[in-house]
Design a protein around this ligand. Structure first.
Ligand SMILES: Cc1cc2nc3c(=O)[nH]c(=O)nc-3n(C[C@H](O)[C@H](O)[C@H](O)COP(=O)(O)OP(=O)(O)OC[C@H]3O[C@@H](n4cnc5c(N)ncnc54)[C@H](O)[C@@H]3O)c2cc1C
Length: 498
């Protein structure tokens, strides 16, 4: 899965993405009805549905097997509206509540049409995963976290935090396969097997580099490279681009999503935006290219038990929101950021998380901690004093953190620095403590048709997953990338087959 035999260009150089006129293709090496480019979750979903609709389907994957970022992910899928797992765990849910939460948490500027369809189709999409062989245990993981360390099939993803608990009935919607921790491998294995079982074939070690276009402007195939050889693929009905996002292309990030510049990357290392560039070279429009997912490398439970502060020692959000949202908020705050805890908070957190690293700074007084962290004298003290005054009254008057996390913080104090863990994880000294991936991409209809900058669909060209713009506006909640990638991947596959 990690061997890229399809020739990675030297750093800084790109495979040209200019479309190739059909008249210049002397001979096609392979023909199919639907050609899917990229075998992650969106590609698997498109391939399965196109094959199930009776089309001959071929998937090109530049690595040595299916997987993409999906296989390395947490495997959480944001689903709701009353799935059997939600019901078994005692929760009533509706598409309207799901929509209200996601509209706020993924916003502002969500794609309302796509989001509406996604929420209305939540239960059916959950059953589709089950039909693909993805198992879900009917039990709830009730603690805050990026991921469940258990096999529970359901988890909260910020639905019970302010202000979202005032906008919609709080119901957990993070669905996940029964794996302790990262579950993306199992999820992807099952989706790839389901696509193959439906009849889709795959050519691995094959990197698509350009689209083939006929004289009418219709996409007719793809030029690819395999072990140094150029290979030409004819797609009789359509090409579906499911090549993932662009966080691994520094130039695209600095041009389109500069909020992530200099930060770490949440990807399999292959999110180089090649599909987006191939389609743009044909005049495709893009959307929401600046929208990003961000992950501040702190344990959400530690943040809940203490507080998150910026470089000025100020809190900036209720720490019990979905951690992607506090991370996104951090991106707009002066860096660096810390989790501030007291001894009791750290003891409670580490008792539940035996692998928790010791705090990076410990001090008897807040004045000492301020000096150690380089926070202006008195700033952190003011923050903690205000927090404690409100905690004593049982309310977080500034940010409305749930009272169950509120407690007066007492000396001695500790600080956790997200950069320390990030340096280890990313193996680079200048790690900022935040990493992320891109959410924007090709502008598509709800059926995956890629739109030209003029607004009309480009005939024969479809996209889904992070190669396209999905339901997201400025915000991100876990599970919505695999969620909308597969949901709209299925629609794109069906449309291409039709
Ligand atoms: C550590 C981690 C944890 C995550 N956790 C979650 C989570 O719990 N829930 C969630 O929803 N999201 C999560 N994400 C994000 C999510 O995994 C991705 O955004 C999503 O899987 C993208 O799906 P995709 O099908 O669009 O792309 P991918 O899964 O990346 O698949 C794209 C495929 O296309 C191939 N490809 C690219 N270019 C070409 C080309 N030119 N020719 C041929 N093949 C090509 C790639 O090799 C790759 O296999 C996580 C990501 C990571 C890295």
């Amino acid at each position: 899965m990690t061997n890229d035999h399809a020739e990675t260009p030297p750093s800084g150089l790109r495979i040209p993405a200019e479309p190739v006129p059909l008249s210049e293709v002397a001979r096609f090496d392979h023909e199919t009805d639907v050609l899917v480019v990229g075998f992650g979750c969106a590609g698997a979903a498109a391939a399965r549905e196109a094959a199930a609709a009776g089309a001959d389907v071929l998937v090109l994957e530049r690595f040595s097997g299916p997987g993409g970022s999906t296989a390395q992910s947490g495997g959480e899928v944001y689903l709701g509206g009353g799935t059997r797992v939600q019901k078994a765990c005692g929760f009533d849910d509706t598409p309207e509540d799901m929509y209200a939460y996601l509209h706020a948490a993924l916003g502002p500027h969500v794609d309302e049409e796509k989001l509406r369809l996604y929420c209305e189709g939540g239960v059916e999409h959950f059953e589709w995963f089950r039909a693909c062989g993805v198992p879900f245990q009917e039990s709830l993981y009730g603690e805050p976290g990026w991921m469940a360390p258990t096999k529970d099939g359901l988890m909260w993803l910020g639905e019970n935090a302010w202000p979202y608990d005032t906008l919609a009935r709080p119901v957990p919607r993070g669905h996940r396969p029964p794996v302790e921790g990262f579950a993306g491998g199992l999820l992807m294995e099952r989706l790839a097997a389901a696509a193959t079982a439906a009849g889709a074939r795959a050519h691995t070690d094959t990197r698509a580099s350009a689209l083939v276009v006929d004289a009418s402007g219709r996409v007719a195939g793809v030029v690819a490279r395999r072990f140094g050889e150029e290979v030409h693929y004819r797609a009789r009905k359509g090409v579906v681009l499911t090549t993932g996002g662009f966080v691994d292309d520094e130039e695209m990030v600095s041009h389109h999503a500069p909020l992530l510049s200099g930060h770490g990357k949440v990807s399999d290392g292959g999110d180089d935006g090649s599909g987006i560039r191939m389609a743009c070279a044909l005049g495709a429009a893009t959307r929401r290219m600046a929208s990003v997912e961000a992950a501040l490398i702190v344990m959400p439970e530690a943040a809940c038990r203490g507080m998150l502060v910026n470089a000025l020692g100020q809190r900036f959000i209720n720490e019990d929101v979905y951690p992607g949202l506090f991370s996104h908020a951090a991106l707009h705050q002066p860096a660096p950021w810390w989790v501030i805890l007291d001894e009791e908070g750290f003891a409670a957190y580490s008792a539940r998380n035996p692998t928790a690293m010791p705090p990076d700074h410990v001090a008897e007084t807040l004045a000492e901690l301020e000096e150690e962290l380089g926070i202006p004298a008195g700033a952190l003290e003011t923050t903690v004093t205000t927090y404690n005054r409100h905690a004593a009254l049982g309310e977080d008057a500034l940010f409305h953190k749930n009272p169950k996390w509120l407690r007066e913080l007492k000396a001695p104090f500790a600080a956790i620095d997200p950069r320390v863990l990030a340096r280890l994880a990313e193996n680079r000294r200048e790690a900022t403590g935040i990493s992320g991936f891109t959410l924007g991409g090709l502008h598509t209809t709800v059926d995956g048709e890629v739109l030209h900058v003029t607004g009309r669909p480009i005939p024969g060209l479809y996209a889904a997953g992070r190669a396209s713009a999905g339901i997201h506006g400025d915000g991100y909640v876990s599970g919505t990338s695999i969620g909308d990638g597969t949901f709209f991947g299925r629609r794109a596959g069906r449309a291409a087959a039709g």
